[in-house]
Design a protein around this ligand. Structure first.
Ligand code: ADP
Length: 169
């Protein structure tokens, strides 16, 4: 991505061309709110160094839940999943960062919390797939699709944190 003054020398720590600034859609599911885990989840993303660009508490209508999870429509747990997501308010967020899509998935942990590593949100805070506290987009493309689905024009803020140079070189 960047070279040192010597054109023949790539700085190894700067070479990672996958270091793309992306956005991802993160959602705290109704169990996260009921269990008082909103601050805990947000804190993990803040401390990692990602940038919060959108945030709202929202009661999800059934149609939106079905659209969001449309790829899972054929699964036997689909009706249960829609009931779960619409059972109370969710916290909708947009986070920006270098490689944030994959990194957020790592911070969140495996879908089944019993298989999620300790140190991850699901690994530390949940026990069942059907109550796994948080959602994170699985690709940059799905991130954009989901942000457009859950946020209206003007609800996502562009802003520059003053710590920027200490987070990204
Ligand atoms: P992830 O949320 O980790 O990307 P999936 O896209 O496979 O996982 O599934 C979406 C969500 O559907 C899961 O987070 C979970 O809430 C629910 N889910 C997935 N599999 C099951 C299952 N076998 N039983 C109940 N709920 C499930």
């Amino acid at each position: 991505r960047q070279r040192s003054n010597n054109p023949h020398l790539f700085l190894p720590h700067l070479v990672a061309s996958m270091e793309t600034v992306e956005e991802t859609y993160i959602m705290i599911k109704p169990d996260g709110l009921q269990r008082g885990l909103v601050g805990e989840v947000i804190s993990r993303f803040e401390k990692k160094g990602f940038l919060l660009k959108g945030l709202k508490l929202f009661q999800c209508p059934k149609e939106l839940a079905e659209e969001h999870y449309k790829d899972l429509k054929s699964k036997n747990f689909f009706p249960k999943l829609i009931d779960y997501i619409t059972s109370g308010p969710v916290v909708c967020m947009v986070w920006e960062g270098v490689g944030v899509v994959a990194s957020a998935r790592k911070l969140i942990g495996s879908t089944n919390p019993l298989q999620a590593e300790p140190g991850t949100i699901r690994g530390d805070l949940a026990v069942q797939t059907g109550r796994n506290v948080v959602h994170g987009s699985d690709s940059p493309e799905n991130g954009q699709r989901e942000i457009a689905l859950w946020f209206k024009e003007g609800e996502v803020c562009q802003w520059t944190p003053t710590v920027g140079p200490w987070l990204r070189e």
